[in-house]
Design a binder for this molecule. Structure first.
Ligand code: AMP
Ligand code: GLY
Length: 423
């Protein structure tokens, strides 16, 4: 079977890496892919939002399964379009992808179906939003309603910062249309985890636990990014927390979406805040987490392709997933300045040396080929990911890989996995 993966980041490199190992698969294409993906699959020069181009390609090539990585094409209805033409595709339809595409929708879903979450209100006018900020007080969280690449959330430490964020988003300066409505919500304390599960709209098969590191600097300081690193398993997700998350978050979300006439099929990602025995939902995503996907897929022992096909065929019953006991740690290497402005086009050195480190895979995210060099072309550039018998060993290997790589301005966190060690 031929498989098409849509996307060109670290998540898609990990998906391609895993899918290419399946005995069911004869060839993998990736649109648009990247130079790392190009070493194991055929890159196709089509953008993730070129829906007609992707459809024409899949039909022409006789693609047996399309796997959609990023949220943008999902929210544009790529799954609906491919299904119209009888193609098998992994991901939620447009009316279900809204669980990520609109934070106002997902908060209302949580409220209606008793999924634990922070107290909140939705605003499209500045004055009432500012009044609500004043009533709740700081710290407080301001979120753009629409898609903003993981950067549409401001955790404001002061009233002034919160006011500025509200004004910025609602006056259309930040995030354009995505910020035309904002969610203002209560600040939650605790430790975060990323809880992902496959679902066909009825059955739910959880993935292993994972934890992301959203802030750009060590110690969770600085602005939020798309994710600076991740590891799996996450000890904060104890068996008890796992049960609560399945029962109160995943089950209610999947049943709630079905009850709303928006059956959810694909991988559902809940961002959780865990405080003692209390689990609250920060957000839902309609796709694999990036970078969580990298350590998770390195730990997956089972073939991924039958799982993706079962979801695409609406029948996950009887599907189970085996995981390696080993831990995995992914350290994101980013362009200096990210998530703000950064400079591109610097040659990346040491990729081969890093790949030689025991149990290390270097997943490419924002790279491109320029002449004979591979250069940085995005904010998040590489995800250096390692397996190890413990998180500590996986960390040591991942950082040995990281230290072998260099380009001008490179930035990475040096504490990815640290919270697992603290426990
Ligand atoms: P979201 O995209 O909604 O998950 O928000 C991105 C990040 O902002 C989360 O991963 C948290 O680190 C932080 N965050 C979001 N909502 C809250 C909240 N209510 N309280 C504390 N931190 C939050
Ligand atoms: N790593 C966070 C996300 O994928 O949204």
């Amino acid at each position: 079977m031929k498989v098409l993966v849509i996307g060109g980041g670290g998540r898609e490199h990990a998906l391609v890496w895993k899918i290419a190992q399946s005995p069911l698969v004869s060839k993998v294409f990736c649109a648009p892919g990247n130079p790392g993906i190009g070493t194991i699959a055929e890159n196709v020069d089509l953008a993730v939002d070129d829906l007609p181009g992707l459809l024409a390609f899949a039909r022409r090539e006789g693609i047996g399964l399309t796997v959609v990585g990023p949220e943008l094409p999902l929210s544009q209805g790529i799954v609906d379009l491919f299904e119209e033409y009888g193609l098998k595709v992994f991901g939620p339809r447009r009316n279900a992808a809204i669980i990520e595409a609109s934070k106002a929708f997902s908060k209302e879903l949580m409220h209606k179906y008793s999924i634990p979450t922070a107290a909140y209100e939705v605003f499209s006018e500045i004055a009432p939003a500012l009044a609500f900020v004043d009533r709740l007080g700081a710290p407080i969280v301001i979120k753009a309603d629409g898609l903003a690449a993981g950067k549409g959330v401001v955790v404001a430490q002061s009233r002034d910062e919160a006011h500025a964020a509200v004004r910025d988003m609602l006056s259309g300066n930040a995030f354009g249309d995505a910020g035309s409505r904002v969610v203002v919500e209560e600040f939650l304390r605790g430790e975060e985890a990323s809880f992902l599960a496959f679902t066909d709209g009825k059955n739910i098969v959880p993935l292993a636990s994972a934890q992301d590191h959203k802030a750009v600097f060590d110690g969770d300081l600085g602005p939020n990014t798309g994710g600076m690193g991740a590891y799996s398993p996450a000890p904060v997700v104890t068996p008890r927390i796992h049960d609560i998350a399945m029962r109160e978050v995943m089950r209610r979300a999947v049943d709630g979406m079905a009850a709303e006439g928006r059956p959810y099929r694909g991988v559902l990602y809940a961002g959780l805040m865990i405080d003692g025995d209390e689990v609250k939902t920060l957000e839902f995503n309609a796709r694999f987490g990036d970078p969580e996907c990298q350590p998770l897929l390195m730990r997956m022992k089972s073939d991924l392709v039958p799982v993706l096909l079962a979801v695409a065929n609406d029948d996950l019953s009887g599907v189970t997933i085996d995981w390696h006991d080993q831990a995995a740690v992914c350290v994101v290497m980013a362009s200096g300045g990210y998530p703000g402005d950064y400079r591109k086009g610097f040659p990346i050195r040491g990729l081969e040396a890093a790949a030689q480190v025991e149990e290390v895979v270097v997943f490419h995210a924002g790279t491109t080929r320029q002449g004979g060099d591979i250069v940085n072309s995005g904010g998040r550039v590489l995800g250096v990911t390692a397996l190890g018998p413990t998180v500590a060993v996986a960390m040591e290997r991942a950082y040995r890989g990281v230290k072998a790589i260099h380009w001008e301005g490179v930035h990475y966190r040096s504490d990815i996995g640290g919270k697992a060690l603290d426990r």
